[in-house]
Design a protein around this ligand. Structure first.
Ligand code: FES
Ligand SMILES: [Fe+2]
Length: 388
């Protein structure tokens, strides 16, 4: 596959840094108030803005492969029901009955023709329409068409299902939102991938601490000394600022072999791990031959949930292939856990007052960019683009 101009430039920049003993840096260090990690009012604002008005990945297309498939999702604090209707369309609704508010569907996933409320058996179609109720004479003056499930914005793109967990006045232009990432994400064909493993972890750390673990590689050779350190060039992160998203490229040592080769013959993927940050809390972490898609969601002050799926190009057909992917899975679980143990330790120390501010180094570029985007969303200057 021909390398993109963007990837060619990333390689050129990394080779220059490696040759000159430099790394990608900003002009200044940045101080970030520790109160942002502890203040409950700050967290409320983050939940109500970042986790209500921006798209969150909640599954892979194959989770809803056929009409009638559904899944429920609750970790954002909003009970969400996602369905694939007969026309193949993906729909997202509040998982809340319009009669008197009962939770409509309790199963994490399954197959259904209709959803029948456990309380008084009002019934809804896969498209959210109110289809029927027992003893309708008691509601004969009510307009049923007004009592469909409340729809949430949902998008099926790049093989993933993205939901905005609140009712929006205007239709979001999702493609404009992800435009700077489009070429790269599209090229990965994640929709053609298979979910090899999927897991969800509740951790005792601010969602921000979990997020930051993926925004710099300065920590690799200490926090991941025996695991990821040797796999990458030390502290050679290159961040492309696609405000509010970030393409964070971390080179493997093998990238230096490219310096003697014709740039037209270069390949990007075998020489990089790419931590793509898609605001506010989604990562598409591209390894040389597989991909982790993760989303971090706050569940309270000092707690969060980390949801991850491991995508592989095709289902393993041999024991050897199964073992190979399982080994990758087991290793990444160890690496992620190294980050989370440190994050939980940070969380415990936050209240001590030891730090009024955290200091982001000049080369911890992803932290600067991520924080800038969060601040912009909170002050209202960052919003999703609206479809015309
Ligand atoms: S609350 Fe759902 S049918 Fe009554
Ligand atoms: Fe890490």
């Amino acid at each position: 596959m021909k390398i993109s101009t963007q990837e060619q430039q990333i390689i050129k920049d990394i080779l220059t840094h490696a040759a000159e003993g430099t790394t990608h840096m900003l002009d200044q260090v940045m101080e970030n108030p520790v109160s942002k990690y502890t203040d409950p009012a700050q967290l409320d604002a983050e939940i109500n803005t970042l986790f209500r008005n921006f798209p969150i990945i909640i599954g892979h297309s194959s989770d809803l492969a056929a009409p009638g498939d559904f899944l429920t999702h609750d970790d954002t604090g909003v009970p969400i029901l996602v369905t694939r209707s007969q026309d193949g369309q993906i729909n997202a609704f509040m998982n809340v009955c319009r009669h008197r508010g009962a939770r409509l569907e309790d199963a994490p996933c399954g197959k259904a023709r209709t959803f029948s409320c456990p309380y008084h058996a009002w019934t809804y179609g896969l498209d959210g329409r109110l289809r029927g109720m027992p003893q309708p004479f008691g509601f004969d003056t009510v307009d049923r068409s007004e009592l469909g499930l409340i729809a949430l914005p949902v998008f099926e793109r790049f093989g993933m299902i993205w939901v905005v967990p609140s009712v929006q006045e205007h239709k979001m232009d999702f493609d404009a939102w992800v435009a700077p990432m489009q070429e790269q994400l599209h090229g990965l064909d994640l929709g053609g991938h298979v979910v090899f493993r999927k897991w969800s972890l509740h951790r005792d750390m601010s969602w921000r601490l979990a997020l930051e673990g993926f925004q710099e590689s300065y920590h690799f050779c200490s926090a991941h000394r025996d695991t990821a350190c040797s796999g990458y060039l030390d502290n050679q992160s290159l961040c492309l600022d696609f405000d509010p998203h970030v393409r964070h490229s971390v080179p493997l040592p093998s990238v230096t072999e490219l310096k003697d080769q014709d740039p037209e013959t270069w390949e990007y993927r075998p020489h990089f791990m790419t931590q793509n940050y898609l605001f506010p809390a989604n990562f598409v972490q591209v390894m040389t031959d597989h991909v982790y898609v993760h989303t971090i969601i706050p569940t309270g002050p000092g707690t969060c949930v980390f949801q991850c799926m491991m995508l592989i190009p095709e289902a393993p057909t041999t024991e050897k292939a199964e073992r190979y992917w399982q080994k990758n899975h087991d290793l990444i679980r160890v690496v992620f856990n190294e980050d989370f143990v440190i994050g939980e330790g940070i969380q415990k120390g936050l209240q001590t007052g030891a730090n009024q501010n955290f200091v982001f180094g000049k080369f911890e570029v992803g932290l600067h960019l991520g924080q800038r985007a969060i601040d912009a969303a909170l002050d209202g200057s960052l919003r999703v683009p609206v479809a015309s």
